[in-house]
Design a protein around this ligand. Structure first.
Ligand SMILES: Cc1ncc(COP(=O)(O)O)c(C=O)c1O
Length: 354
């Protein structure tokens, strides 16, 4: 195929994207969705959104209200908000436009989509390993390494390791990296200790990326947003993003979700309580090493029990994410925190698999 670009044919041969499997009757704990939020709540706001919109028309009327709702929720101003079809789409757009011809640095392991899309857009990526002792990053080393790079990507909390780095370490990284574009991916921020969304007016090179796919339980609706300095947002909204990046249905869904924030918050609290319980139970299994989580999932090394756990859980129809050996981690596994029932089942199977 002569018409295909070199990078694309390389990616095609090298690492095809594999969508998570949809398996019948499985507990779905592989994609960090909010399985605690009741299906009937999401159905109710979806039906309202469906009835209230005339899908024959292009989406026009929801933009202002959605920007207002998001900016209030994210503690910023409407002029600091950009929206997209999931943070995946926003990230891809940024990498293919303002990041074109640049180089990036990030940590390992992290959200692999970022690295895949950098490959796709010919952005060489420098990678710094996290410590398997406590998921920590040597910030001094990272800053030194980043000297020749133009873009910094950090997920805060990080996927898959589940931890959020100390606020002062990230703030210092931003302070000393004024010559770079910094993308802080806050996909899981609702489960964590802090957000940096209020720093975008101080740093015009900072982009905070957020999503409705995780805490808000709307992964299927594909709604993401960024918070950034007005200058970046102007360029993003007026030139980079599509004229109609979200359907009117999805926009209203996001508005409804924010208007029902108490329901969302309740599910977040339940997930946090379950998180403590899971951590306490799994840290007693000496054959695995679990890490403290600031997200709605947990991450552990299973070492040479990896295959046994994978086989057992697959037989029991529990779907989680198996990384194996990655960076400094051996037999790494990530699992979404689900309902109490799902979690208890998962805990007891892990206890039995040692
Ligand atoms: C760190 C991180 N960022 C972004 C995303 C993608 O979010 P969205 O559904 O908004 O594209 C994910 C999804 O797993 C993620 O883990």
């Amino acid at each position: 195929m002569e018409w295909i670009s070199k990078e694309l044919s390389h990616i095609k041969n090298h690492r095809p994207y594999k969508r998570p499997e949809r398996l019948q009757d499985y507990y779905k704990l592989d994609s960090n969705e909010n399985m605690v939020l009741e299906k009937k709540f999401v159905k109710a706001i979806s039906l309202k959104s469906l009835y209230d919109n005339d899908l024959r028309e292009y989406p026009l009327e929801h933009f202002d209200l959605l920007f207002k709702k998001i900016s209030k929720y994210a503690n910023t101003n409407t002029k600091n908000v950009g929206i997209g079809s999931g943070s995946d789409q926003i990230m891809d757009l940024l990498l293919s436009t303002i990041c074109k011809g640049k180089t990036a640095i990030t940590i390992n392991p992290t959200f692999s989509y970022f690295i895949d899309r950098c490959n796709m857009h010919k952005i060489p990526t420098n990678i710094v390993n996290l410590s398997d002792l406590d998921n920590s990053l040597d910030f001094e080393f990272f800053i030194e390494e980043s000297k020749n790079n133009d873009i910094i990507y950090i997920a805060s909390p990080n996927n898959p390791t589940s931890n959020q780095f100390k606020n002062e370490d990230i703030t210092n990284l931003i302070e000393v990296s004024k010559d770079k574009l910094i993308i802080i991916d806050e996909a899981y921020v609702e489960f964590s200790g802090y957000s940096l969304s209020n720093m975008v007016n101080k740093y015009n090179n900072l982009i905070i990326m957020r999503t409705f796919s995780k805490a808000f339980g709307l992964a299927g609706a594909r709604i993401g947003y960024i918070v950034a300095n007005e200058e970046i947002i102007d360029i993003f909204n007026q030139y980079i993003q599509l004229p109609y990046p979200l359907s009117s249905f999805s926009m209203q869904l996001a508005i409804e979700a924010i208007e029902n924030i108490e329901v969302i918050k309740k599910s977040i609290e339940t997930i946090k309580q379950e998180r403590s319980k899971i951590y306490n139970k799994l840290s007693q299994i000496k054959e695995i090493k679990i890490y403290d989580s600031d997200a709605n999932f947990f991450f552990f090394q299973a070492f040479n029990h990896f295959n046994k756990i994978k086989e057992r859980l697959t037989n029991e129809k529990i779907l989680i994410k198996y990384f194996g050996n990655v960076g400094n981690y051996k037999g790494a596994i990530r699992a979404t925190i689900g309902t109490e029932w799902m979690n208890d089942r998962l805990i007891s199977l892990l206890e039995e698999s040692k």
